[in-house]
Design a protein around this ligand. Structure first.
Ligand code: DGT
Ligand code: CA
Ligand code: CA
Ligand code: ZN
Length: 598
């Protein structure tokens, strides 16, 4: 791509592309063998220069040639590659003929109509480019849930500490645990709003005050995140809290329900329908009705409408109200239910803390077990372990357990690459030695839907596979996940007794919460994993719990809410090929053979 952008000799470019295809088609063993033996050049399509570069990349994980090439192209020009629909050829044309060197230049060229006049572009593609840029900007304006939390937490604590403040909460998508947050919606219960507003807008993290009134303010924080503040009386608080938490769909359904029962519901309160009109005129609707005063919290509000309390995570208008009416909402998993996690890295591969440091951190969480799953050999960029080093690591883990240095038991696992053809990155014998195997896709993410689906399903069907890591490989706000038939993968996982990871890394939260409810109903078992690369990163399991709650998950469908003894037994039976997803019922079923497609 970069060579094309530079407009290098087309023959050279084609040689590199052909070389890349050849390398992708080789197995890891064969590639390593050929590099060591110096026989890469025997393959058609790989010349001496290319063989040298492949060797360098393989050995060091870096390529001087690539780094130099990258450095020779301005960052702003490379950024254009991120706009969907724009390839290197088009960018070269835009650069060469219109002098476009940045996204801003390109917007200007499009709005001036100059792009449409270029050969090979036209009105249509000019419109498409503009739309793609706008889409990219809108996406970039959102923030990771964790970043929002880091901003919100000190402000919330500060608000709660003010003498005038009775209650304070962050509402909106943040409270609903969306994976990304557009803006923060602070709500405060107080009878004295002025000093609270004053305190809020004078925080050092406030970059700009965009609006300020007696009972509300809006600011932009240094990070670019916007924050709204609303101040209401304590009596009104539960209604505004519910309103500002949303979602819009949930609110609309709640209002319809209220109306059907003769109530008009708003952020101000509940009032009988016939009085609602009069109330709205009176004091701008601020006068609370009798009924409103009797309601002290959100639970009271739900109860007034004949509903069980609906946790904020479930308020998406996806059937939660119907179930709350029947008191049939699930009892959602909680942080305290988690007894250990399985997908973690150490300094053996690309982690920053040693095995012992990770174990100590897990012990500090009070966890009964910790799974170590460093990268496999194919993840060269992550210093993946070859078979010899993995053997050494297994020995170290067994020794630590024997020494009983930690109260946390260590499971020896791996995050084994699913190669582009669906085979796993280690031999069967080694895989069988491990306590468990996380299988993940890290390369060739651009495969088409059918190939990717087959590849992952083939990985799932491997007898050694315990759980599937970060299903789509998405990086929130940065990179779309791979194109894969999620339902087919879920069905394959259930059929083969393979667990699906809920990767709790703040950038991932993958598998997406939107799939979990249905999948768990079908019998899919979840494992919440932080994918920690540092000891501190273990704490990210909390984000996973939030996302699991948003996906309607209960303790029962999550593997790592089980005790050490139960997990050990389950893994042993799993390895013996006897488990068929049965832990949802609380006990492994031995009647069915989990390996249907061996
Ligand atoms: P965000 O900020 O884009 O991540 O998403 P939210 O859900 O935080 O949305 P935001 O900040 O625009 O509004 C906060 C809440 O206020 C929202 O969740 C529900 C409520 N709300 C906002 N606009 C409307 C509306 O037009 N109708 C109703 N029923 N509720 C609304
Ligand atoms: Ca918001
Ligand atoms: Ca807002
Ligand atoms: Zn991974």
């Amino acid at each position: 791509m970069l060579l094309e952008l530079k407009g290098d000799n087309p023959f050279k470019i084609r040689a590199y592309q052909a070389g890349a295809r050849v390398v992708e088609s080789l197995s890891e063993e064969e590639l390593t063998r050929r590099i060591d033996a110096g026989t890469l050049e025997e393959i058609k399509g790989i010349g001496e220069a290319l063989a040298g570069k492949i060797g360098e990349l393989h050995r060091s994980g870096k390529l001087d040639f690539y780094e130099k090439l990258r450095g020779s192209i301005p960052e702003s020009l490379r950024e254009l590659l991120q706009i969907s629909g724009l390839g290197p050829k088009k960018i070269r044309a835009l650069h060469g003929q219109l002098g476009v060197t940045s996204v801003a230049d390109l917007v200007k060229a499009c709005t001036d109509g100059r792009v449409a006049e270029l050969a090979g572009f036209g009105e249509k593609s000019q419109e498409k480019i503009l739309a793609a840029i706008h889409h990219r900007e809108a996406y970039a304006r959102r923030h990771l849930w964790l970043s929002a939390w880091e901003e919100a937490e000190p402000l919330l604590a500060g608000l709660r500490g003010l003498p005038q403040v009775e209650q304070a909460e962050v509402c909106g998508s943040f409270r609903r645990r969306m994976e990304t947050v557009g803006d923060l919606d602070f709500l405060v219960a107080t009878l004295e709003p002025r000093p609270v507003v004053e305190w809020f807008v004078t925080r050092p993290v406030v970059q700009e005050i965009t609006a300020q009134g007696e009972t509300k303010a809006s600011v932009r924080l240094q990070s670019g995140l916007q924050a709204d503040l609303r101040l209401v009386s304590p009596a009104q608080f539960p209604f505004t809290l519910h309103h500002l938490t949303g979602s819009k769909d949930h609110n609309v359904q709640m209002r319809q329900r209220a109306l059907a029962r003769g109530w008009s519901m708003s952020e101000w309160g509940l009032s009988p329908v016939e009085q609602a009109v009069a109330m709205r005129q009176e004091e701008g609707g601020r006068r609370a009705h009798e009924q409103t005063r009797a309601i002290r919290d959100e639970a009271g509000l739900f109860a007034q409408l004949g509903l069980a309390y609906i946790p904020p995570e479930l308020r998406e208008g996806l059937g939660e109200i119907e179930l709350a009416e029947k008191s049939a909402l699930p009892r959602l998993v909680e942080e305290a239910d988690i007894r250990g996690v399985f997908h973690n890295h150490t300094t053996w591969s690309d982690g920053h803390n040693t095995l012992a440091e990770m174990a100590a951190a897990a012990e500090a969480f009070g966890w009964e077990y910790l799974g170590i799953a460093d990268h496999s050999a194919a993840s060269v960029q992550a210093q993946g372990l070859d078979e010899k080093r993995l053997h050494e690591q297994i020995a170290e883990i067994r020794a630590l357990n024997l020494a009983q240095k930690f109260n946390t038991y260590l499971f020896a696992g791996t995050e084994c690459d699913i190669r582009p053809d669906g085979r796993l990155d280690y031999g069967d014998e080694l895989l069988a030695e491990l306590d468990y195997v996380v299988i993940s896709v890290h390369s060739a993410l651009q495969q088409n839907r059918e190939d990717m689906t087959r590849r992952i399903v083939r990985g799932i069907e491997h007898p050694a596979a315990t759980m599937l890591g970060h299903l789509t490989g998405r990086l929130l706000l940065e990179r779309e996940g791979c194109d894969v038939d999620v339902d087919r993968v879920i069905d394959a996982a259930i059929a083969n007794g393979v667990v699906m990871e809920l990767n709790a890394n703040p950038w991932r939260l993958d598998m997406d919460w939107r799939h979990w409810r249905k999948a768990a109903e079908k019998g899919l078992i979840c494992c919440i994993n932080p994918d920690a690369h540092t000891a501190a990163g273990l704490a990210h399991f909390r984000l996973g719990v939030g996302t699991a709650r948003k996906g309607w998950l209960t303790k029962n469908s999550i593997l790592n809410t089980r005790s050490l003894a139960e997990v050990k037994r389950w893994l042993e039976q799993r390895r013996a090929g006897a488990v068929h997803g049965g832990i949802a019922a609380g006990r492994p079923e031995q009647s069915t053979n989990g390996k249907l497609h061996k």
